[in-house]
Design a protein around this ligand. Structure first.
Ligand code: UZR
Ligand code: MG
Length: 224
């Protein structure tokens, strides 16, 4: 049984490069890592029609099933496997398919609001916020939604102006205050390299120190 030793959260606006950062920092960990996309924890909306589902504000925290995510992270941290839900962007709904996820040394939670929930934040050893200019993000978002997620240009623009941008300003950007590190320009290679080395050391068990949140602050306070 594996008890995870390191949990990372990666937040940031849509198109910031969160998924890329998560993939790059863990690329050499093989089977020692589990990546959990927050998108998989969008609420099950099967009771609604597809037209109704199109109207939902997916950038608001209430769109996610936080209880389930908290439960799943707790289970993994206790060494238990979970049945992770999956999400289908084309129909705006949770899919039938669930994926069995076994606990691994490193767990990465990645998504726009990955640093939003206090309970989930407290389970993380490292909280990252990927910060990329809004113009770059919207261009990437257009390309992705049109090519991969079956949307038309008008729809993408409407959604961006009506929910994506205002919710970014109201919830996502403020969640940056929970970050330990801010990564500028998405996948910058110096940041990726440093984090990759840290993870490697954690998995190998030769990390220089065990991080304990708040320990340095306490040490400094005692010296005062
Ligand atoms: P990332 N989203 C959809 O467009 N449709 C859905 O059914 C569920 C989510 C979008 C969501 C958010 N917002 O901006 C984005 N809207 O997926 C998050 N509107 O995904 O972090 O990969 O950008
Ligand atoms: Mg992504």
């Amino acid at each position: 049984m594996t008890i995870p030793s390191f949990v990372i959260g990666i937040a940031g606006g849509t198109g910031a490069g969160k998924t890329t950062v998560s993939r790059l920092v863990t690329r050499n960990l093989g089977d020692d890592v589990t990546r959990i996309p927050l998108d998989n924890y969008y609420e099950d909306r099967s009771e609604l029609s597809i037209e109704e589902r199109r109207e939902i504000n997916y950038d608001h925290p209430s769109a996610f099933e936080w209880d389930l995510l908290r439960e799943h992270l707790e289970a993994l941290l206790e060494g238990q496997s979970i049945e992770m839900p999956t999400y289908d962007f084309e129909v705006h709904n949770r899919s039938e398919e669930r994926v069995t996820v076994e606990p691994t040394d490193v767990i990465v939670l990645e998504g726009i609001l990955a640093l939003h929930d206090e309970g989930i934040n407290s389970m993380m050893d490292l909280r990252l916020y990927v910060e990329t200019d809004a113009d770059v993000r919207i261009l990437r978002r257009i390309r992705r939604d049109v090519l991969d997620r079956g949307r038309d240009l008008e729809g993408v623009i409407d959604q961006y102006l009506s929910t994506v941008k205002p919710m970014h300003e109201r919830f996502i950007e403020p969640s940056k205050s929970h970050a330990d590190l801010i990564i500028p320009e998405g996948a910058n290679s110096v940041a990726i390299d440093l984090i990759e080395e840290k993870l490697h050391a954690e998995v190998e068990g030769d990390a220089l120190r065990n991080w304990e949140r708040g320990s340095l602050e306490r040490e400094l306070a005692e010296k005062r």
